[in-house]
Design a protein around this ligand. Structure first.
Ligand code: UN1
Length: 489
């Protein structure tokens, strides 16, 4: 199958005649030939978004919402087929692929509902016969750059709130998973989105992403991906005062207290660490266990993890799919070497395996990990989890906070005091009590503190904040000059 760029409502070929292959990471079969955008293609995409902006932003939001509601219904009808395609393209097991598509459905309905809200505020004036309010305006042409680990959910998280707010968009999906974005764009096209409102360009982040970030007509950039790229985008976009929202890495801790329900904690750690083959920003990558229960916890975790089945995600009996590509596989293997050299002990896994020709890595558990080791501080983005010991809750929270990231976090405890202390003290955008670090729902804010982001949040009503500007309006109907701060008693 050949997949073209979508510019100004047309599916067009790469103007440079360039393309790249989309590969199934489980089987290494080629599933598509993807057209690669040239600088000129990115420019046309941005120009057509700019042309479409006036009429789209002038369309009443409840009318924009009708298109989103239609798209949501189409996504729902095609859920099973899209989930299948998602597993083939990205590798996550079918059950999780269905979750990914469901997250896109949920976000599309949620954003569509915002079409009849998009609330501003009203508040009294300090002066008589004067009315004060705020309203939301779209930002303009917005660039969206999305990762491969949630190939349809994350594009939907960005596209839907941005559209309902009245922006015109240029989307660049990750080169490992462009087909899911292409399908999403096709659905929006069929649902009646006017031409030019959403444009799709594929290609390398450094080139195509760079061309988006550097285009003067782009007023905002929303990016999910690595810290390194996020820093680059922030500094480049900052030169033109573009609004930037960043959703970067995580090194998410699970604290397991000595009063925890151990079965529950083990279920949560396995799901958090090895679900999606550990390829979530929210993955549980550090488990900080109370020393009293550490040996028992470790033994049971290893026993349970051994039972996980690796293979093609299309097989419903498989628990863990492949990692996305060979460079990720090498990166994970390198981190395992680093962990061993740093003195951590491998309690399970640690090797590349070949149940199929694709990129598979065993679920891996490190014990005896010290907080200053690289495997305890850096994002691995693979099926590798580190166990650390702590003598009490304060120490556990201290370790939890000792990394640069702050996305998700979790504590297992039956003690309400411990739970609330964790809520208060853990430096993270998300804290789960007696649940794993993954499982965010679309109608709540999603994002993190410290190097995980720049203070914005996706999802929830905060998604609307990400994609709107606030206009403050004063209406003086007194018919005379009234001076704020001065004409007061
Ligand atoms: C991500 O890993 O980038 O909470 C997003 C979760 C999912 C979203 C993860 N709902 O893990």
């Amino acid at each position: 199958m050949e997949y073209k760029l979508f510019i100004n409502g047309e599916w067009v070929e790469s103007s440079a005649g360039e393309s790249f292959d989309d590969i199934n990471p489980a089987t290494l079969e080629k599933i598509g030939k993807i057209h690669k955008a040239s600088d000129e293609d990115v420019k046309s995409a941005v120009d057509s978004a700019e042309d479409a902006f006036d009429s789209w932003s002038g369309t009443p939001a409840p009318q924009r919402a009708k298109i989103l509601f239609r798209a949501a219904r189409m996504l729902e009808e095609r859920k099973e087929e899209l989930s299948h395609l998602l597993t083939v393209e990205m590798g996550k097991v079918l059950k999780e692929a269905r979750g990914d598509v469901q997250e896109a459905i949920d976000m599309t309905y949620y954003a569509a509902g915002e079409g009849r809200r998009l609330f501003g505020e009203t508040t009294p004036s300090e002066l008589p016969e004067k009315f004060c309010m705020t309203l939301r305006r779209p930002i303009g042409v917005v660039g969206l750059i999305t990762p491969w680990n949630f190939p349809i959910a994350i594009p939907a998280w960005k596209i839907m709130p941005a559209l309902i707010a009245g922006n015109a968009l240029v989307l660049k999906p990750a080169s490992d998973t462009p087909i899911m974005s292409i399908e999403l764009v096709k659905i929006l096209e069929k649902a009646g989105l006017p031409k030019g409102v959403l444009n799709l360009v594929m290609g390398e982040g450094s080139k195509v992403g760079g061309a988006i970030v550097h285009n003067k007509k782009i007023r905002a950039v929303s990016f999910t991906g690595s810290l390194e790229t996020g820093k680059w985008i922030m500094s480049e976009a900052g030169k033109d005062m573009k609004k930037v929202s960043l959703e970067l890495g995580g090194k998410n801790p699970v604290i397991v207290m000595d009063d925890a329900n151990l079965d529950l904690a083990i279920d949560g750690v396995i799901w958090g660490a090895f679900g999606t083959t550990g390829q979530r920003c929210t993955a549980a990558s550090r488990v900080i266990v109370h020393e009293k229960i550490l040996p028992a916890f470790q033994k049971r975790l290893v026993e349970r993890t051994k039972k996980l089945r690796l293979g093609n995600g299309l097989d419903e009996a498989v628990d863990v799919g492949p990692v996305i590509n060979s460079s990720q596989l090498q990166k994970i293997a390198k981190y395992v070497e680093t962990g061993k050299n740093e003195g951590a002990k491998l309690a399970l896994g640690g090797k590349t395996v070949k149940p199929l020709p694709g990129y598979f890595f065993e679920p891996t558990i490190f014990t005896g990990v010290a907080p200053d080791m690289r495997i305890a501080r850096e994002e691995i983005f693979g099926p590798v989890v580190s166990l650390l010991g702590a003598g009490n809750l304060d120490e556990a929270i201290h370790i939890a906070n000792s990394v640069e990231y702050g996305l998700s976090s979790s504590i297992y405890t039956e003690n309400i005091k411990n739970a609330f202390k964790a809520i208060e003290k853990i430096e993270a955008g998300i804290t789960y009590i007696n649940a794993s670090t993954i499982g965010a729902e679309i109608h709540l804010p999603f994002g993190g503190v410290k190097s995980t982001g720049n203070g914005t949040r996706e999802g929830g009503t905060t998604a609307i904040d990400e994609f709107t500007e606030i206009k403050t309006v004063y209406v003086d109907y007194s018919g005379k000059l009234q001076k704020a701060q001065i004409d007061i008693e």
